[in-house]
Design a protein around this ligand. Sequence first.
Ligand SMILES: *Cc1c(COP(=O)(O)O)cnc(C)c1O
Length: 484
Amino acid sequence: MEDNNFRKGDAETDVFGSNVMLNPAPVEKIPDSPTTPEIAYQMVKDETFAQTQPRLNLATFVTTYMDEYATKLMDEAINVNFIDETEYPRIAVMSAKCINIIANLWNSPESNKWKTGALGIGSSEACMLGGVAAWLRWRKKRQDAGKPFDKPNFIISSGYQVVWEKFAKLWQVEMREVPITMDKITLDPEGCIQLCDENTICIVAIEGVTWTGLNDDAEALNNALEEYNTKTGYDIPIHIDAASGGFILPFLNPELKWDFRLKWVHSINASGHKYGLVYPGVGWVVWKDKEFLPEEMSFSVNYLGAEVTQVGLNFSRPAAQVLGQYYQFIRLGFEGYKQTQFNSMSIAKYLHKEIGLIPCFQNFSQEVVNPLFIWYMDSEYAKNAKWTLYDLQDKLSQSGWMVPAYTLPANIQDYIVMRIVVRQGFSRDMADMLLGDIKSAVLELEKLEYPTPSKIATQNKTPVKNKIFNHTGILSKDKNTDKK
Ligand SMILES: *Cc1c(COP(=O)(O)O)cnc(C)c1O
């Protein structure tokens, strides 16, 4: 059919009575002519119908529910570009207020009125900024001491999120991995120290490890580093990647020392759009003090007598998320965040307990420290099972649930696990529906006479074609998927 029919449809034409709806949607070329907004809207909207409902997407950490007022505020700011500080100075100040609030949640010792931090499009940008700052600080010291500065490295557990691989490659900083094993399921402080040398720009500890939901022991790392730095005279700092944990720990586990209370923690990032409870994309990075932010990274803007420091990799970006974040702080307050995170955590613990009771499954860890957890198939059961968790993932997707199955990182890559991330908007009722669907899917899978393709592939140790997931944030290292 001809493309120039695209116009056929006017204010009186019913959307589905129009010529346009008989035409294929454009794939390669822009249509010759316009069509009505109603028709264009319907066509674009309908293309997304076959996708999961975001709130049934238990693979993502990213916010899929905000209340009506938050949504209204964000919609109303949809035409505001954050970078236009001169035209929208209030938003720059609002962002600085958010940084203050977050810095104080993380026990910042900084005495300046405006705490040192930055807004990013997500934790990815925030991690990059934290990493770059550590690298530039290290480089300056090396330069000042007349020492070579061409071989920087940083240390992180093999449970890192893919952004750190990008950081390593884009900035040419060697990434040294401390393996996660079944004995050491989080970052091993001693393992870190063994990898340190004069070229180490920082050690990254993760609060809310993407793969497992667990927290690295930042306090133990800090202690080990204190001893090492004292002995060697180095001053290797810690960057905390608290993409998820940064908005969980302050509310649910305020006693745990993971933040600026620790001497060597010089910077922390978190995703405002994960447990910060804002729609994508917003991330935050905060430095312990102005002195830890290299000058070449910061732009000072003077607004009505207030010094607003601006740092970022990006230029133009939407401002709506800043309004969304500030709204959530005002709307919920400390108590409201605590209640919301408490509910997510309670539902995660409930699911963890119930899944642990299903005979064919085993939880990866006994504890649930963030509102997410992983489990795997009981090894005895797996010997005779005709299916794998990939098949369960497939079955659940037929009921609309997205529950990802994937393999763990190097050293424990033989474990196929499944993960559930519980977020605001996931109720106990939904958890029960999910459990019901998991149980009936298992019953069906147990009736199989022959092994599934994924079972055969797993037995033969050949890659499983996992067609569904490419946005869990962990797949670049997942050798069992065809998506990089
Ligand atoms: C999600 C995540 C990131 C990346 O954050 P985005 O907000 O998706 O850019 C980095 N590190 C960890 C530990 C994460 O969980």
